[in-house]
Write a protein that binds this ligand. Structure first.
Ligand SMILES: Cc1cc2nc3c(=O)[nH]c(=O)nc-3n(C[C@H](O)[C@H](O)[C@H](O)COP(=O)(O)O)c2cc1C
Length: 158
């Protein structure tokens, strides 16, 4: 990845954080964790899903408390997040709104439990005019699982 790259990621339970950290170590890209206001999501998957479903139904997305750097400096932004209901999480929806107008490329990566569902398609559907590259999607309890070889192969393409 011979470009100026930025890693932006949201992670509730640190799985995506670990993946983001691996990418950071391999690439040396700048990295920033996207956060939401404390109390936005309960500390429980099922209860988080209730909040998430309401957010999607009403399009009331969570407020991000992280200030983004000057994006025009970067050629590519790697956007990481967890799979929620086979889709992108609401913080990533909010982040994609904030990225509108960015002229470079955007490459998603995700961590899920056992089924990535429609993550890439949902990401593209919420990406507006952003140019979206094929993503890297791995599962902690299913296949495709994380491997250094598959991650390196993806990084060579973005
Ligand atoms: C609301 C919610 C919905 C989820 N839906 C899915 C799903 O559809 N498929 C899946 O494989 N994992 C699902 N998971 C599990 C997470 O994607 C998985 O544990 C992920 O690695 C969590 O990433 P994080 O630690 O960065 O938050 C869901 C988790 C939550 C909280």
């Amino acid at each position: 990845m011979a470009q100026r790259a930025l890693i932006l990621y949201y992670s509730q339970f640190d799985n995506t954080a670990r993946l983001a950290s691996q990418i950071h170590k391999l690439t040396g890209a700048d990295i920033l964790r996207i956060k939401v206001a404390p109390g936005t999501f309960p500390d429980d998957m099922r209860a988080t899903d209730d909040v998430y479903q309401k957010q999607r139904q009403t399009n009331r997305l969570p407020t991000l408390t992280t200030k983004l750097p000057q994006l025009s400096y970067y050629d590519v932004i790697l956007v990481g997040g967890p799979v929620w209901d086979g889709q992108i999480s609401s913080p990533i929806m909010a982040l994609l709104n904030q990225l509108q107008g960015y002229q470079g490329k955007v490459a998603p990566f995700s961590s899920g439990w056992s089924d990535t569902g429609n993550y890439q398609r949902d990401f593209v559907a919420h990406a507006g005019k952003l140019t979206v590259l094929p993503g890297y999607h791995v599962l902690t309890h299913g296949k495709p699982a994380f491997s250094l070889a598959s991650l390196m192969s993806w990084l060579r393409q973005v």
